[in-house]
Design a protein around this ligand. Structure first.
Ligand code: MN
Length: 231
């Protein structure tokens, strides 16, 4: 049967050293995974289990581009994150099997309409308008896990117009990468194409049209995003 209109093209993320790209299937995001960020948001870290929100795969955006300032917000925030790329089916896995399913890592930006997220949070409503924002999941190229040391003392940082705003180390992550993959695998049949944004360090803040965001994690390709005028 033909389609009534063209089916959307799944976004892809380049992989360092590969000519083939990594097609995005789903985007999971971990909330409150750095204690200092939870504190700046005025909330406690839940140390019993991580929690998640999602972004549509179609919200994925390549690095080194300009996106328009999104509609409906006056407080558009950056969040610099380590991204896990799943490379094998993983379901109800322990941390050891979960670690083996990690294909690679990338720098990511979880761009957020903070005013809408906080308004939803206050009313105990879902976060979608704040988080599932068009073009809001920005990914730098993936580095394969074998070419990256286990997350540990690497510096994770973000600058706006060259000025440092976020700075931490990957071992500040409350839930470690294999713990996140293991936990999430008890709720989803994780598979290649699933990306997990692992949370952001302290120092989140607003950007305006004309701002240039840069970020990096030691050992991974850096990320860059320019904020354009509102449409
Ligand atoms: Mn985030």
């Amino acid at each position: 049967m033909t389609n009534l209109f063209p089916s959307p093209q799944w976004p892809t993320v380049p992989v360092k050293g590969e000519t083939a790209a990594y097609p995005v299937h789903r985007i999971f995001c971990v909330g409150r995974n750095y204690a200092a960020h939870a504190a700046e948001m005025g909330v406690e870290v839940d140390r019993e289990a991580p929690f998640y929100f999602t972004k549509s795969a179609l919200m994925a955006q390549a690095t080194d581009t300009t996106i328009p300032y999104p509609p409906g917000t006056e407080n558009f925030h950056y969040e610099m994150e380590l991204v896990i790329a799943i490379g094998a089916p993983v379901f109800k896995a322990d941390t050891e099997r979960a670690a083996k399913a990690i294909y690679g890592y990338a720098c990511g930006l979880d761009m957020t309409r903070r005013d809408l997220q906080l308004a939803a949070r206050a009313k105990q409503r879902p976060w979608d308008l704040g988080k599932d924002v068009e073009q809001s999941a920005v990914f730098a190229p993936i580095t394969k896990a074998g070419e990256f040391a286990a997350p540990g003392p690497q510096r994770i940082h973000l600058e706006v117009n060259g000025e440092t705003r976020q700075e931490a180390r990957l071992d500040d992550l409350i839930w470690k990468v294999e713990e996140i993959v293991s936990h999430l695998s008890h709720y989803y049949h994780l598979q290649p194409g699933d990306l997990i944004m692992t949370g952001t360090p302290a120092g989140v803040g607003a950007v305006v049209a004309g701002d240039v965001i840069t970020g990096g994690i030691d050992g991974l390709d850096p990320i860059k995003l320019t904020i354009g005028a509102a449409e």
